[in-house]
Design a protein around this ligand. Structure first.
Ligand SMILES: NC(=O)c1ccc[n+]([C@@H]2O[C@H](COP(=O)([O-])OP(=O)(O)OC[C@H]3O[C@@H](n4cnc5c(N)ncnc54)[C@H](OP(=O)(O)O)[C@@H]3O)[C@@H](O)[C@H]2O)c1
Length: 252
């Protein structure tokens, strides 16, 4: 590991542990720590790049055709990679036409610098408009907040994504850590009883509930190594349908 990244040892270690435990999707953005997050990812995957799915994002102020191309070059440089698996528009920006953004995205795909095109924090209508602005590729994903305690996307966006085969990437999937510390109200007791039945933790059940949903993947963030291990244990098993339904009802 490069000496100048000394302070990031813990983050690199957490990412590498996640990869060892079979988690193979890393999400970052040019906006995170002003690009430094991408440099940390570069160190974590330097020996193993091709077995990891790397997603990064272009910031909303950089959505003009020229800026998208420039931002992508800068991200690739910081990531020390010649391609990213998924390049996402971080937030919609109504003052920059989506046509130029998507034209730049397709150019990057044509040049082999981007494998798939995604959006983030887009409504169903905005996702459709982004799709209509593409001529050769489909929008692969939309990254939005989704967890047991934040389910507003279920009304319109999730059905749209399922119908159009757009992967929904759930961010803040454990409500920024709050799932493990939830209260004693009825819904938390239901979560606890389901966790007990499967010999899992609240967080593992909450993540499994998400990835049981059609077309949904989850990207929990953890710097603490025990959290990384716990979160990795959310995969490799499946909540029974009746328990998914019980959680749907409890956390409405
Ligand atoms: N597209 C967007 O606009 C957007 C917005 C927000 C986030 N994101 C993406 O989504 C990722 C995750 O979202 P997030 O960080 O907001 O929320 P999150 O993953 O729901 O929660 C992260 C927090 O939960 C803690 N945590 C992790 N595992 C835990 C466990 N097993 N038990 C208890 N606490 C646990 C973490 O602590 P430690 O770090 O100490 O382990 C951290 O404080 C981000 O890294 C980012 O890539 C995207």
């Amino acid at each position: 590991m490069s000496r100048h990244l000394g302070g990031e040892d813990r983050q690199v270690q957490a990412l590498r542990l996640g990869l060892e435990l079979g988690m193979c999707f890393i999400d970052t953005a040019e906006m995170y720590a002003s690009g430094h997050s991408e440099e940390v990812v570069a160190v974590a995957v330097e020996k193993d790049r091709d077995s990891v799915f790397i997603a990064t994002k272009v910031s909303p102020q950089n959505l003009s055709y020229e800026h998208v191309l420039r931002s992508c070059e800068s991200s690739l440089k910081r990531l020390k990679m010649n391609y990213v698996d998924l390049y996402q528009v971080h937030w919609p920006n109504p003052s920059i036409p989506i046509g130029g953004t998507m034209k730049a995205m397709e150019k990057l795909v044509g040049e082999g610098k981007v494998r798939e095109i995604g959006v983030s924090n887009f409504s169903a209508r905005q996702t459709r408009e982004a799709q209509e602005a593409l001529s050769r590729k489909a929008i692969a994903s939309n990254q939005v907040e989704y967890s047991l305690t934040e389910r507003s996307i279920e009304e319109e966006l999730l059905p749209y994504c399922v119908k159009e085969h757009v992967t929904l990437i759930a961010y803040s999937p454990i409500a920024r850590g709050q799932i493990s510390g939830g209260g004693r109200e009825c819904r938390w007791r239901i979560l606890d009883s389901i966790a007990k039945k499967y010999e899992k933790t609240r967080t593992q059940v909450a993540l499994n509930w998400l990835i049981c949903r059609e077309q949904v993947v989850a990207i929990p963030k953890a710097a603490n190594l025990d959290h990384v291990k716990e979160n990795a244990g959310a995969a490799g098993w499946r909540l029974k349908n009746e328990d998914q339904v019980a959680l749907n009802k409890a956390f409405t």
